[in-house]
Ligand binder design. Sequence first.
Ligand code: NIG
Ligand code: ZN
Length: 388
Amino acid sequence: MSTTLVTGIGELATGDPALGDGSALGLLSDAAVVVDGDHVAWVGPARLAPDADHRRDLGGRAVVPGFVDSHSHLVFAGDRAAEFAARMSGTPYDGGGIATSVAATRAATDEELRGLLAARVAEMRAQGTTTVEVKSGYGLTVEDEARALRLAREVTAETTFLGAHVVPAEYADRREDYVALVTGPMLQACAPHARWVDVFCEPHSAHAFTADEAREVLLAGRAAGLELRVHGNQLGHGPGVQLAVELGAASVDHCTYLTDADVDALAGSATVATLLPGVEFSTRSPWPDGRRLLDTGVSVALATDCNPGTCYSSSVPFMLALAVREMGLTPAEALHAATAGSAKALRRNDIGRVTVGSRADLTVLDAPSYLHLVYRPGVPLARALDLG
Ligand SMILES: N=CN[C@@H](CCC(=O)O)C(=O)O
Ligand SMILES: [Zn+2]
């Protein structure tokens, strides 16, 4: 395996407080990194760098850990631009539009879905994302959910079974039969292709799942060897956060509406609160108080939730800008949340940082500092560094 010395890094966010300036981002200036195959072999000041087989000079640009997008729904066909436009004029989001994406996704061929998925992953990489979690949830039959996860597995190890996304129309007056399908044959067909199980736990939507239904789905997933994540507290106050904490889920995502008790429960737990500011943006929802979560000691992650309904954006830099402008995070906290924070939400310690032994997932910025990610919103500064 050959080694590459990456030099000319004006500012490196290592993600390790022991390196660099002692902050959570572990900032080093005039840094270098040695990459050996797919992992980092050395990090430090450029003047101390060892030799390597190849060299790459970044000309003073900043480098940050590749973004970890720990929440996305990339396996879908069609779009819902008209639904978005209606929302901007006041129509509230209730999850009912998911049925439109389910119909389009079921009608698509494997090749069509594979092409759409590959294009979306490439779009993310071009914006600096090097790890993405991908959920099923637009199939909602045994075959269509298993197909979505098989295709997702072709692009990422972080695949999530979300058969409990909504109750399909054909089961509307026999919900218990759909929960039985999800926890039985569908789970059996999907578990081999999934690492995680997730559920849309939301009493404010007739389409989503109650706390009891969600618990049943999560426990069945755990019994099948899957780890837990939850969509919770998106449309109003509800049981999602408490359920996620009670069951030791790795992450509860959205957290748009939190009570004091929810914040306290998260603060004393191993469950990460994943904020998805693109959803508040695209659904005209209130902004969660990210500042309060951090000040209370909650672990926070940031992700896109890229999906055709509530946020059709694959841009982590856009999420950073929203988190800083609207949720009270500093630029450093936002970057930390979208790297180390979302790595924690995936229970991974080999990504979200640039330290010896971590994966060589480097994102380079056409800028001298990570601050520009937020300072220059909408400007395509970030891209995953290709050393191949
Ligand atoms: N809320 C549930 N699921 C997705 C939206 C899916 C859709 O509307 O297509 C979310 O994370 O926001
Ligand atoms: Zn989601």
